[in-house]
Write a new protein. Structure first.
Length: 568
């Protein structure tokens, strides 16, 4: 007997847990057999999609208007009442499915994840995981309170970042120093949080019977297709191949700025003293021009974007009361994406729009997969969808294709983007390398002095350059691990960006050879959702899931030659 679920999530907006529970129990009370497995799975999937969609709705309403107290209340109720209870029930359903030994069609990949989740589940760890996330909130509170006085006003360190883009060098230095000094004042506080959080993480791994937290986390993040050693190889490749290229970029920067040596506050400013790009006046222009660009990449992708415009699935303009940042989320049951951002007219808004567009296309392209678990994409490939779109769209950002810029500004924007792409890798290697060390040497890492020393060692390995002088800032460098929120919030989650970037560059490389074919492959890979291994997803997209020296050499050479081409 099939489940009598509501047709849309709209009817469920005010449901309490008591309203949901019978549906879960209905699923739990059925015997699974070969005849009913597809219906049972479909019912479970529909239920998950509907709940997920209610969750999306309440979350979106808290971000489009942060003053909406009703929305906030609904969001908290959802988290506490619905979300927690349904994870417990889902856990039971996963166990039931596994114990049945019956698998629906084309479900090997989600099954692999389900098996791992069930195995990893450990009751004792639940309160520890809550403690872990409470400590990361403590970290947020410390960082959030870091303000300084700037031109008579109290501002956050983030609010100072436009100053570092400015052409006034004295101002940049002052802002950089003030920010660094302010951060150092919280050194002890963050050291204490780290010690507590590390202790908990060691305990979590112990409880679940793992040698160390890295092995536990690997399983938790479902990194089935690569090993810690693969990541360490990635780091070595970056040191060998990417670092020398960044070294060259630094030298050029120094020369263009006319300086004897670069200082840490000279790294973001435009080297040719040009004013920031001003691509559009308002959000409707951003929307329209991005629509043109997506159409130029591919007619069908343009049509997807049109659906988003028509169905009001875009909230792009910055306005008072909106939450900061940008994201792409999904209405799981309707299988439609929603993009939220705070556009004010900068080039980085254009970049964000193209990036989130790639995530949105993933939702459209994979919407034919029957079960929600098949559409859950890991970060390593989800970011290939978005980062590839940034690169695939880049040739069309000029006015002649309906985009934003004259050809000179288009090239300027594209070169900046490519340089940033390359410069990200060495930094990523520091962040990732630090965590590999900390969680495999927990006793050493319990002492913050050792953490400072390890971060410094990694910084020297990846991030020191002949033309950059940071000599008077040993303490600032040593405490760099205090400023990366991922270390506290989502341990180990960072290398994914580096991997995805390498995938995206390969997709782009294919497009330079044959645009149509490359985009076809890109779409073909997106259509697989999360229902394939990482090597298979990369291959479907026309790329290899590799991140060694050879692959990095290919990427760096491609970027280098394209930059030269654009500089001609
Ligand atoms: Zn993204």
């Amino acid at each position: 007997m099939s489940l009598d679920l509501p047709k849309t999530s709209k009817e469920m907006q005010d449901w309490k847990w008591d309203d949901y529970e019978p549906f879960f129990d209905h699923l739990l009370n059925q015997d699974i057999n070969k005849e009913n497995i597809e219906t049972w799975m479909k019912d479970w999937s529909d239920l998950s999609e509907l709940i997920g969609e209610v969750g999306t709705d309440v979350y979106v309403s808290t971000t489009v208007d942060t003053t909406d107290e009703e929305a906030k209340k609904r969001f908290h109720t959802f988290l506490e009442d619905i979300s927690e209870n349904s994870s417990t029930k889902n856990q039971e359903l996963k166990k039931k499915l596994l114990e049945s030994n019956i698998s629906p069609n084309n479900f090997e990949i989600p099954m692999r994840a389900i098996k791992s989740e069930v195995e990893l589940f450990c009751e004792e760890n639940l309160p520890l995981m809550t403690k872990d996330s409470k400590l990361s909130k403590e970290y947020d509170a410390v960082i959030g309170a870091q303000t300084i006085e700037w031109e008579g006003e109290e501002v956050t360190i983030t609010q100072l970042s436009p100053v570092l883009l400015g052409t006034d060098r004295e101002k940049r230095e002052k802002a950089w120093r003030l920010a660094a000094e302010r951060r150092l004042k919280d050194r002890e506080k963050i050291n204490k949080i780290w010690q507590k959080i590390l202790q908990i993480r060691i305990q979590i791994a112990n409880n679940a019977g793992f040698d160390n937290y890295r092995s536990w986390r690997w399983e938790y993040l479902q990194r089935f297709d690569y090993t810690p050693d693969d990541c360490l190889d990635f780091h070595s490749g970056i040191e060998k191949v990417v670092k020398p290229f960044v070294e060259k970029l630094m030298k050029t920067r120094k020369e263009q700025l006319g300086l004897d040596v670069l200082k840490p506050w000279d790294l973001s400013v435009d080297t040719l003293n040009r004013d920031p790009l001003k691509p559009f006046k308002d959000a409707s222009e951003l929307e329209e021009k991005c629509h043109n660009i997506f159409k130029a990449v591919d007619e069908d992708l343009g049509n997807h974007f049109n659906i988003m415009r028509e169905q009001k699935l875009l909230d792009l303009a910055n306005r008072k009361g909106k939450a900061p940042g940008g994201y792409c989320t999904e209405y799981y049951h309707r299988r439609l994406p929603f993009i939220f951002m705070n556009a004010v007219g900068t080039h980085s808004d254009v970049q964000t729009m193209l990036h989130e567009g790639g995530h949105a296309f993933h939702v459209f392209e994979s919407d034919q997969l029957p079960y929600s678990a098949q559409r859950e994409v890991g970060m390593e490939f989800a970011e290939v969808a978005s980062m590839s779109m940034e690169l695939l769209a880049a040739p069309y950002i000029a006015e002649e294709h309906g985009g934003f810029y004259n050809s000179k500004d288009a090239n300027r924007a594209r070169i900046e983007h490519l340089e940033k792409t390359i410069m990200f890798w060495p930094y990523m290697a520091v962040v990732d390398g630090f965590q590999h060390w900390a969680y495999t040497n927990p006793e050493d890492a319990m002492n913050p002095d050792n953490c400072d020393a390890e971060w410094t060692r990694l910084w020297k390995r990846f991030q020191t350059f002949d033309d950059l002088d940071s000599s008077e800032f040993d303490d600032v460098i040593a405490t760099g691990w205090h400023n990366k929120l991922h270390i506290y919030h989502v341990p180990f989650y960072y290398v994914e960006y580096g991997m995805a970037q390498l995938g995206a560059i390969q997709v782009w490389g294919n497009a330079l050879e044959n645009q149509k074919e490359a985009v076809e492959k890109y779409r073909y890979a997106l259509a697989k959702g999360g229902n394939a291994t990482l090597p298979d997803l990369f291959e479907a997209a026309g790329a290899k899931f590799e991140f060694d020296e050879d692959m990095l050499t290919y990427a760096v050479n491609l970027v280098d030659s394209q930059i030269k081409e654009m500089n001609k």
